[in-house]
Ligand binder design. Structure first.
Ligand code: IMP
Length: 419
């Protein structure tokens, strides 16, 4: 029996999908436990491009089962589109995809509320992906949200949808309400074969000795509680989320891998202590293709932040590190890693919980020599340039967690396993 949680440990976009895809080969079940279509990634396998937002990328392995857990929020129309696009590329879902009936629904109303809230916030906006995530989770917490299982019960669905509009003080004509219900009935038919009490299945599979891989979305610094609040997403991206978002007992969460990009990026608003605004940032953005997968927004770029990294490793109980996009740093003469934060003449003990302190924190840096070699073809740690090895060692020492995987390119094979 074994379970493994793969978590993005910064602000998302750490190339988790590449790591999940790499490790997915040995997983029987891949489980998404939080977030929704705010996540997005593309996987190229055997020259074919697959786009994912809500479906776990493990679906690419014909022998794997995939689960969308109760802690996620599902846009049923978007999910149908995503599944149909994958079906056209030959992906089989029957008997392989299980969506927990308790997953919250993201409705057109939530997307409208997402953009109107951002507009109202003005300068204080979060910079959301606009996918309706915050409003959908808020409705779940307020106990007025709809869930996937509601699609099976037309009378109940009608009542709940009408009262949801009332809850938000929105008028909806009978014609519009009926049109929305009809669309929901159709998408409900499509999703029906996949809706289940997925929690029981995952527990059963674990006890039967199958290996379960929990695939985190977004990153720890976007966690609703422990991230850079209020500039966060609305779900629990930390390792504990894998338990609450699937009904999997916490003591069965065996190991966890923290995915860290070799530098830092962030999309959306909010403090980012190591952010760079110079030619190095531009170079990294271009080489690393640092543009949002869901929104196309250019990502903000910064140096690797070991203060944040140590915080997230501790918070998640990370056992080993996967460092991604190391190849992107080739050719930069000097690299920096943030080793401490200063507030005026006071050194902070670690990651501050208040956004004002985070915004004012001045990073202290360790400077390291860069390397020139193209890393894309290298497959062992010993073949990496000495300076690249020293860079990884610095990360490992500062985070006090061993590096086990290093990604040096997009392809599945461009992965170094540290012995
Ligand atoms: P929301 O999740 O759309 O509500 O957005 C809240 C914050 O999380 C914004 O700063 C987004 O840019 C960020 N965010 C949401 N999903 C992702 C992701 O998959 N990668 C990186 N940032 C994300």
């Amino acid at each position: 029996m074994s379970s493994l949680t793969v978590l993005g440990c910064m602000w998302g976009d750490e190339a988790k999908a590449k790591i999940v895809d790499f490790l997915g080969a040995s997983a029987d079940v891949v489980v998404r436990f939080q977030g929704g279509a705010n996540a997005g990634h593309t996987i190229v396998a055997d020259g074919v491009k697959y786009v994912f937002h809500t479906v776990p990328s493990g679906i690419l392995y014909p022998g794997s089962k995939c689960v969308i857990g109760s802690g996620t929020v599902v846009d049923p129309f978007g999910l149908q589109e995503e599944m149909q696009a994958l079906m056209q590329k030959g992906i089989e879902f029957t008997g392989r995809l299980f969506i927990d009936e308790r997953a919250g629904l993201v409705l057109p109303l939530h997307k409208a509320l997402d953009s109107s809230t951002e507009e109202t916030l003005g300068k204080a906006k979060i910079g959301t992906t606009g996918k309706g995530i915050g409003p959908a989770y808020s409705d779940q917490t307020a106990r007025c949200g709809l869930r996937l299982g509601d699609l099976k019960h037309p009378g109940w669905l009608k009542e709940r949808l009408a009262s949801l509009y009332r809850y938000h003080g929105q008028e909806i004509s009978t014609r519009r309400l009926n049109a929305e219900l009809k669309a929901l009935a159709e998408v409900g038919e499509f999703l029906k074969p996949f809706a289940d009490q997925a929690d029981a299945l995952v527990r059963e599979w674990y006890l039967a000795g199958q290996s379960i891989l929990f695939e985190g979305a977004q990153g720890t610094l976007l966690d609703l509680t422990y991230g850079s609040y209020p500039f966060v997403t609305s779900s629990h991206t930390i390792s504990g989320g894998a338990s609450t978002g699937t009904g999997f007992p916490p003591r069965w969460l065996d190991r966890s891998i923290g995915v860290y990009k070799a530098y830092a990026t962030r999309v959306g608003e909010g403090p980012f202590p190591t952010e760079l605004f110079d030619a190095t940032a531009e170079r990294i953005r271009k080489t690393g293709n640092e543009y949002g997968a869901t929104t196309g927004r250019p990502r903000r770029i910064g140096w690797f932040d070991a203060v944040a990294g140590k915080y997230t490793a501790a918070l998640n109980g990370i056992d080993s590190l996967a460092v991604t996009l190391l190849d992107v740093l080739s050719g930069i003469p000097e690299l920096k890693i943030c080793t401490g934060y200063w507030l005026g003449n006071r050194k902070l003990a670690g990651w501050p919980s208040h956004p004002l302190e985070l915004a004012e924190a001045q990073p202290e840096y360790l400077a390291l020599k860069g390397w020139d070699a193209d890393l894309g073809k290298l497959r062992s740690l010993s073949r990496l340039p000495k300076n690249a090895r020293e860079y990884l060692e610095a990360i490992q020492d500062l985070l006090e967690v061993p590096v086990k995987l290093v990604s040096v390119g997009k392809d599945r094979t461009q992965t170094i396993v540290v012995k």
